[in-house]
Design a protein around this ligand. Structure first.
Ligand code: HEM
Length: 83
């Protein structure tokens, strides 16, 4: 959020739901995809930054400092791949 002559405005490369509703409050809000059939639609995230489910799990593990064990990562990848 930035201010120019007292007017607040947002700067984004991804208007999200605002593209449909035209509402400022909807800038940046997105509609989540369903997880069904996830394995068939790599890459993941709206910017395609995770090439496969393992990269997605590794991302969350780092981002939220979850500290999954190798076994837990493999189990989660297998679970996500089975949806
Ligand atoms: C280990 C825990 C998590 C797993 C396994 C997980 C899994 C996923 C998956 C499979 C997707 C869809 C990717 C796609 O279809 O391209 C996704 C997207 C997303 N997740 Fe999570 N998620 C987790 C935790 C979280 C948390 C804690 C948050 C919020 C703080 C979150 C917020 C989001 C958002 C906003 C998206 C859409 C991002 C985008 O498309 O760019 N997730 N997640």
């Amino acid at each position: 959020m930035t201010r120019l002559r007292g007017t607040a405005f947002s700067s984004t490369t991804d208007p999200g739901r605002a593209l449909i509703t035209g509402r400022c409050n909807d800038i940046g809000t997105i509609v989540m995809q369903q997880f069904r059939g996830l394995a068939a639609r790599a890459p993941y995230f709206s910017n395609g930054s995770a090439r496969d489910l393992r990269e997605l799990v590794d991302f969350y593990d780092r981002r939220f400092n979850i500290q999954y064990s190798e076994q837990e990562k493999q189990d989660l990848v297998a679970f996500l791949g089975a949806l």
